[in-house]
Design a protein around this ligand. Structure first.
Ligand SMILES: NC(=O)c1ccc[n+]([C@@H]2O[C@H](COP(=O)([O-])OP(=O)(O)OC[C@H]3O[C@@H](n4cnc5c(N)ncnc54)[C@H](O)[C@@H]3O)[C@@H](O)[C@H]2O)c1
Length: 267
């Protein structure tokens, strides 16, 4: 039997306590990686790590605010102390605070800063402190989390859209500097997935129907994003770096459906 795809590898997942991060952590573990599940919520990180252990995988849980330099440095140190190496960094932590984020003219300065710090500065910080360890193993893979909103914003969350466009730009630029270390850097742009982040959308029937109609082949699951995470983390994607992959069941190739435009108060 061939060895699992990520046998012997160590992966860090930020925001691994919920939604896409939890699904990604579980999938990385199933692919054979030892997984450091990190989250600003220590309980949520612990629950994901526990699920991995219950399935026969190897994981640790660490509390970490991915947008805070000291917290990130402590987390990276703890991972290296425990596992001795880092091969994969899945930069997933993010927020989309409905009611705080909005149009530029109406947004508090603090809301802008919180969204940018959590969604974009986190990618800078986690990558900065992980890269020396990935380089020490001869290379590895960084998987960032952009969004369809990096390409096709809804016009309702300016800070979120800017932060995710920033992630896509940072991914392209970082790939160059990381190449000399054998580290590949790619990003994923999901469509709209039913996770706690999107509870407002998916608890309203008309919005759910509109978003379902906007994805050509129906709504996505966290597990299908997780499959792409495993692919980008592994050597199967060895020819890819600097890419932001639309993994959105056709959302960004489609025009905003009428039903959704109406539900959101547009024409
Ligand atoms: N759900 C979607 O439709 C969708 C679409 C495109 C992109 N994304 C992106 O995917 C990522 C995960 O989203 P989700 O839907 O799973 O959200 P979620 O709210 O279900 O989970 C996010 C997790 O990140 C953690 N977190 C928040 N701030 C953090 C911080 N500062 N440091 C560490 N952890 C932190 C939360 O505690 C939570 O466990 C985000 O970057 C999001 O922007 C989601």
């Amino acid at each position: 039997m061939p060895a699992p795809l990520l046998a012997g590898k160590v992966a860090i997942v930020t925001g691994g306590g919920s939604g896409l991060g939890r699904a990604g952590a579980l999938a990385l573990a199933r692919a054979g990686a030892r997984v450091a599940v990190t989250d600003v919520s220590s309980d949520a990180a612990a629950a994901t790590a526990q699920a991995i252990l219950a399935g026969g995988g190897n994981a640790i849980a660490l509390a970490c605010d991915a947008g805070d330099s000291a917290s990130v440095q402590a987390m990276i140190t703890a991972v290296v102390e425990r596992y001795g190496r880092i091969d994969v960094l899945y930069n997933n932590a993010g927020i989309a605070p409905v009611g705080e984020d909005g149009s530029v003219a109406d947004m508090a300065d603090a809301a802008w800063e919180r969204v940018l710090r959590t969604n974009l500065t986190s990618v800078f910080l986690c990558s900065k402190y992980a890269i020396p360890h990935l380089a020490a193993t001869g290379g590895g893979s960084i998987v960032n989390t952009a969004s369809s909103m990096a390409h096709v914003p809804l016009g309702l969350m300016d800070a979120y859209a800017a932060s995710k466009a920033g992630v896509a730009g940072l991914t392209r630029s970082m790939a160059h500097g990381c190449a000399k270390h054998g580290i590949r850097v790619n990003a994923i742009s999901p469509g709209y997935v039913d996770t706690p982040m999107n509870s407002m959308i998916f608890s309203a029937d008309e919005l759910r129907a509109g978003f379902a109609a906007g994805h050509m082949t129906g709504l996505q699951t966290p597990e299908e994003i997780a499959d792409l995470v495993v692919f980008l983390a592994s050597d199967l994607s060895r020819s890819m770096t600097g890419a932001t992959v639309n993994c959105d069941r056709g959302w960004t190739a489609f025009k905003l459906p009428e039903i959704l435009a109406r539900a959101m108060g547009g024409g």
